[in-house]
Design a protein. Structure first.
Length: 296
């Protein structure tokens, strides 16, 4: 079924994407998500964002969102555990990098990573506080999630470290998942999410430097295109496995289609970010290659 013909849903989707400033390159992914169940998909997707004055509910057994969707607390525990593990590993990696001997050219990098380690530790505390407020504890990470951060930790080149942490993982995990999680769950638990969001917003200077420096490295060709592409393929194939490993629990929570959409976006987003900074790649071909390298 072509949702852009006959029933006017193409126009509805376009207007919705325009309203929320969704990048043009995301349209094919959104249309693919919508086309299998057009009316319900649009209603469901927009209800995640537009909740107006409705309130959700948090209990020891479930979290009910303002749009009526209800998630078992085990699902919430799993999602928050992933956030907790990711931030905890990143904080440790940044701290390790900050203490390594550097030449004169990279002293500023070590200093910045030291600052980033401290701000990321605040993220960990905020997530832990949120979980404690809900009466849940962090679970053990999946092997796929461990592999992602083991891969990040193993990077030895300083500029590759900046690129991997400041652009690749940020655009794979941070933007697609962190923003959506915050927007979706804030109305259900504002007293916890307010402090959660504050902890992440207060580190804007440190993270702005990291992202801008990563973009500069790509734009000014301080790494060979082939080296950037190889780094992206290695890290993103692991990240794709990690997100894909969550589909089973997403299916149980009745958000498998949304999780599949995020899985596709989490792979495409960093590649588009690299392309926008001047990396010469064929994004569609690169996506196929990375999926081939992954185990999913």
């Amino acid at each position: 079924m072509d949702i852009k013909k006959g029933i006017g849903l193409g126009s509805v989707v376009d207007k919705t994407l325009e309203k929320y400033n969704v990048p043009t390159w995301l349209k094919p992914y959104i249309y693919d998500y919508v086309k299998s169940d057009p009316i319900n998909a649009i209603k469901r997707a927009t209800s995640f964002i537009e909740v107006r004055r409705k309130r959700g509910e948090v209990t020891r057994e479930y979290v009910r969102l303002p749009n009526g969707m209800e998630f078992n607390i085990d699902f919430i525990q799993h999602v928050l555990s992933l956030f907790h593990y990711g931030e905890e590993r990143i904080a440790a990696i940044y701290e390790k990098w900050s203490k390594e001997p550097t030449g004169y050219d990279y002293v500023q990098y070590a200093n910045h990573f030291s600052q980033l380690a401290e701000t990321t530790k605040k993220h960990v505390r905020a997530i832990r506080n949120l979980m404690e407020g809900m009466g849940i504890k962090p679970l053990e990470p999946t092997p796929e999630a461990v592999a992602v951060f083991d891969g990040l930790s193993a990077i030895s080149d300083w500029k590759s470290r900046v690129l991997a942490s400041g652009l690749l993982l940020k655009y794979t995990y941070g933007y697609p998942f962190g923003f959506i999680f915050y927007r979706v769950f804030y109305p259900a638990s504002p007293e916890f999410m307010r402090s959660f969001g504050k902890a992440f917003k207060n580190d804007s200077d440190a993270n702005t430097w990291l992202e801008e420096e990563a973009k500069r490295i790509v734009k000014e060709k301080e790494l060979e295109d082939s080296a950037i592409t190889e780094l992206a393929e290695n890290l993103l194939s692991k990240a794709y496995d990690s997100v894909g490993s969550e589909l089973k629990i997403a299916k149980k929570a009745h958000v498998e289609r949304e999780a599949q959409l995020l899985m596709d976006v989490s792979l495409a987003y960093p590649l588009h970010a690299l392309y926008e900074q001047g990396l010469e790649i064929d994004i569609d071909s690169e996506i196929k290659k990375i999926k081939g390298l992954s185990r999913k």
